[in-house]
Design a protein around this ligand. Structure first.
Ligand code: NAD
Length: 405
């Protein structure tokens, strides 16, 4: 019989995370804590602001060792490499950086923190390489990308790999309790709902790359947040936080949507405001509004209006239910950091204990597709049905020519 020492390390981690037999024989906790080199070896794909920030959180957890880095731009892997003491031969660059990192055989898991367009391909490659996946939202920019992620997560489950999508709200006890109460009927019959994401201009630094002429392929990649093909547009890339809570609380996907919106700013291809009216089953309407311009109120909110009460949630505010069966809930204290840290701890536990059901993926696919439906309805300025969106399978294909392989 194999012992952990006789197994290749990555194979051992996969067994530890998937095999009831190996868990029965080898208690993961004791194995991991008793081995000097027992931390999960983590590769970071995308060493930008979220990537470097979250790598700090992985380190703070204590159960991870960052062993390799991948980013398109060498200066990004250089800076992150110096910060996390990663040797130069484990800093990979170019469009295939993620594949080089996976082929290096130095990682058990990856955190994917690259622009959304690349998420499906990079997550798929990780699962193919037998590596656990921690994936930033949004999972994809289009329907085929969502399908790829759904398939990769299923494959991950079959292969005893963990695949977690990092939404912060879903980890919060107040959000969880309040949504559970809505599902139990404590606000009565759900009648209608609203969701909103209001912010100021977000991509100051990136916009500089688009203001000079000519704009090179690398400039476009640096300014991905303003490029609808690389980001999925603001409704998918950012506003998904609000629509994820809405689809979670309503526990359904919309049947169809009508929408509108536009672009006030003069650079990039992303819109900076969207208005969408979604219709959910049982005649429940959800009005959605977002803006990424001007100053003033900033919030990520969702309200569900029932015959007996109202669920209120705000990522930067509070969560509560008012009505016949009120729920006091509470204030959100640093949900941005706390939610990511909770996901990092949960990912670690899942790898160690073999929890590979990968339950964060299906709701992420649903909310991602909901953003795509709203986007399609708004671009077309017409009513689009869920099935129509799925069957059109519209693919976003940014021009990557001129970039280093
Ligand atoms: N609250 C949240 O959950 C949250 C917050 C911020 C960002 N995010 C998500 O994190 C991801 C990254 O966002 P960010 O703000 O760090 O952006 P960023 O631009 O700061 O970082 C992205 C990094 O990816 C690199 N990159 C570009 N193409 C690549 C490729 N093909 N392979 C590998 N690396 C590549 C870029 O050079 C850059 O360093 C996005 O999906 C974003 O939506 C999530």
């Amino acid at each position: 019989m194999h012992t952990p020492h006789a197994l290749n390390r990555r194979q051992f981690l996969r067994n530890a995370s998937g095999s009831a037999v190996s868990l029965a024989v080898i208690k993961p906790g004791s194995v991991w804590s008793s081995q000097a080199n027992s931390r999960i070896r983590l590769g970071l794909i995308g060493c930008g602001s979220r990537g470097v920030w979250i790598a700090d959180l992985f380190q703070e957890h204590g159960g991870y060792e960052i062993t390799a880095l991948a980013d398109y731009f060498p200066e990004r892997t250089l800076a992150a490499g110096e910060k996390f003491s990663i040797p130069a031969h484990r800093r990979f660059t170019g469009l295939s950086a993620f594949q080089k990192l996976l082929d290096s055989g130095t990682v058990d898991a990856v955190a994917i923190e690259s622009p959304p367009y690349f998420h499906p391909l990079q997550a798929q490659a990780a699962v193919e390489a037998g590596v656990h996946v921690f994936l930033a939202k949004p999972i994809a920019v289009d329907v085929p990308g969502c399908n790829t992620v759904a398939e990769s997560a299923e494959k991950a489950t079959q292969r005893n790999l963990v695949f977690l999508v990092d939404f912060q709200t879903r980890t919060d006890p107040f959000y969880r309790e309040a949504v559970k109460r809505v599902h139990y009927g404590e606000i009565g019959q759900v009648v209608c709902a609203e969701a909103a994401y209001h912010d100021g201009p977000t991509w100051y630094k990136q916009s500089e790359y688009l203001k000079k002429q000519p704009v090179s392929a690398e400039d476009r990649l640096r300014a991905w947040g303003l490029d609808r093909l690389l980001s999925g547009d603001v409704i998918t890339e950012q506003n998904i936080h609000a629509l994820d809570v809405a689809t979670w609380a309503l526990d359904a996907h919309p049947l169809h949507a009508v929408g509108s919106g536009g672009q006030y700013r003069k650079y990039g291809t992303c819109w900076d405001h969207f208005s969408v009216l979604y219709q959910f089953p049982d005649g429940v309407d959800l009005t959605f509004h977002s803006k990424q311009l001007g100053q003033g109120h900033a919030d990520i909110l969702c309200r569900i209006y029932g015959s007996e009460g109202t669920l209120h949630t705000d990522y930067f505010g509070s969560v509560s239910i008012r009505g016949n069966l009120p729920y006091k809930g509470g204030e959100m204290v640093n949900l941005y950091r706390r939610g990511a840290a909770t996901n990092i701890a949960d990912f670690h536990q899942a790898v160690l204990t073999g929890r590979c059901a990968n339950t964060t993926v299906a709701p992420s696919v649903r909310s991602n597709l909901t953003t795509i439906l709203g986007r399609m309805a708004a671009y077309r300025q017409t009513k689009v049905a869920w099935e129509e969106m799925l069957s059109s399978a519209e693919k976003f294909e940014p021009d990557l020519s001129g970039l280093n392989p």
